[in-house]
Every structure is written in C-alpha cells, then in structure tokens.
Design a protein. Structure first.
Length: 125
C-alpha cells in the first residue's frame, strides 16, 4: 500500500517521518526552536557548521511540511522569525529521546544536565 502527502508517495509511515525530519539539520533546527521564537541569524549561530543556503533550504522544507512557521514583520529592515507549530511540537518528545539515546551513546550520564549548543542563549516566546 502507498500513501501520498504533499505530492510525495510513501510506502511506509517511517519513510514519511524521515522525509520530514531526516538529515543532519532538520532535527537540530526543531530542537533549537522548541518553545522559542528565533530569527535566522540566531538559528545559524546555534547550529555550528550550517551555511546560509542549507539553513534556508531546510527551513523552507520544514515550513512546507507544516512543522514550523515563518513570520515576516513589515519593518525596515524586514524581521523574520521562526517558530515550531503545534504539529511540530509533537516531535519534541521524540527529539528528547534521541538526545537521551545520543547522550547514552556518548557516555554522558545525565542528558538532562547537558546543554546542546542549539539550546543555549535563546529567548522564550
């Protein structure tokens, strides 16, 4: 059986999930957003190694999939902020478990005490 969403065909729900959040940057973007409102530069600073072109591409894809929203304010210069949608927030427990698993893999005993660079110095909504 196949499933179609946003013009894409999937053979399995896991395939669809990985298409939406797979890759190096998408989970980190979502983890960084969490309950926060972030601007492009804040996201880029919190994701060491990502270039502007890749970050823009990943943000657009997450927005198309309904996982994040982009708000453009009519100011000069324009201000753009990114937030995670309610639907996107359903991924946070999954990402938290990935963090716990990764901490265990790395030998970090208390993952809750570990601060990822993407979680540091952010403003809350």
């Amino acid at each position: 059986m196949t499933y179609t969403k946003n013009g894409k065909t999937y053979h399995c729900p896991v395939e669809a999930a990985l298409d939406v959040i797979g890759g190096k940057w998408k989970p980190l973007i979502l983890w960084a957003l969490g309950d926060n409102v972030l601007r492009f530069n804040e996201l880029q600073k919190g994701l060491p190694g990502v270039n502007a072109k890749m970050l823009t591409k990943q943000l657009r894809e997450l927005e198309e999939d309904g996982v994040i929203t982009r708000t453009i304010y009519p100011e000069v210069p324009p201000r753009v902020e990114y937030t995670i949608t309610d639907f996107g927030k359903t991924l946070i427990p999954i990402l938290r478990e990935l963090c716990n698993w990764g901490a265990h893999y790395l030998g970090i005993e208390d993952a809750s005490a570990y601060q990822c660079p993407t979680k540091a110095g952010r403003k809350k909504k």
